[in-house]
Design a protein around this ligand. Sequence first.
Ligand SMILES: *Cc1c(COP(=O)(O)O)cnc(C)c1O
Length: 398
Amino acid sequence: MTSRIFRGSFTQQEPIPEEAIEAAVAVMRSGRLHRYNLTSGEHGETALLEREFADWQGSKYCLAMASGGQAIQTGLRAAGVGDGDKVLTNAFTLAPVPGAIAAVGGLPVLVEIDENLRLDVEDLDRKAAESGARTLLLSHMRGHLCDMDAVMAVAESRGFQVIEDCAHTMGARWKGTKSGNYGVAACFSTQTYKHMNSGEGGFLTSDDPDLMARATILSGSYMFYDRHGAGPDEKHFEAARYQMPNQSARMDALRAAILRPQLRLLEENIARWNTLYNTVADGLKKSPAIVVPRRPQEEDMVGSSIQFRVPALDVAGCRTLIRRCSDHGVQLKWFGDREPSGFTSDHASWRYFEAQTLPRTDAVLSTLFDMRLPLTFSPQDCTLIADIIVENADLVRT
Ligand SMILES: *Cc1c(COP(=O)(O)O)cnc(C)c1O
């Protein structure tokens, strides 16, 4: 029995790289923080970031935005989703996902998840047929990519478009193809707890020039859409510039300046996250009581957080496990709590649309625990964290 206590913080990020701080200071010295406030011949940090992110992602177009949630809203609207339209989405995701659907007047149709936290493809097929929805907002929640071939086959047969929420899968791949390159558009977040940190921020990517022209006008480009780093040709704006309402959701030069050096570090950081993830996962697998989601061979993950289930626990047992882990410095999130505390991922708490019955998802969430793995943790920290969880999960059971 370890009496050791973990002293780290699950919400402590690494500092912003020095190079990024210097770039930010240079922007502040210039006074030109608005993305379109450029001198002649100057490209500006935001446009440069768009070009670099599009190249890194392997998409034709990229629009930098004020947040991941704004990227989703804008993507949905640019893809034609409007008042009263049904939108299929994961029953287990973060609040900005159903929130974005509601913000464009859409009606979420929640699809079950399976034990491995991926969308249940059979339920997707059934609900697509029942609802007639023309759009799936696929949330790669907590980085668990589903069988993308199976999802895209259902999309093809049922005739709906796919928009990907890659807030947790920036850099992840399915069979070598980056997440975000399957659907008509993809949304990324650069909010503090994601894979790059600008406080707030996001990207919308796509290969569709008309969709991206609509998105650019929606984002609030005024008449400066020619000042974008990875935007479509001017001819695609002819209709969009008169038809799309400005929603002012631009990214400024300051955030772009601190993101560009972080993009250059992303691949290295992904490898670091995966080391942390594998260390915790290997530790947790020592307990017969704990089930870690299966990671399919086809997936290249980004292990920036870890989830596990303790299926034998009842509600009281889950609470005891949380308390004991917390006494040892390990803060667990538990998605089974009916009164959401510290999370906004329970479909029952999204009361601005009609409640839906999701027995499979509820059963999975009832014993599902979750932890962030910030890069300030060392592999040794991760070994200790896993030991603490394993010992306490075994204690709770006996
Ligand atoms: C963080 C997050 C988003 C976007 O969030 P913002 O805070 O608006 O950038 C979208 N989907 C999921 C699953 C997320 O976790």
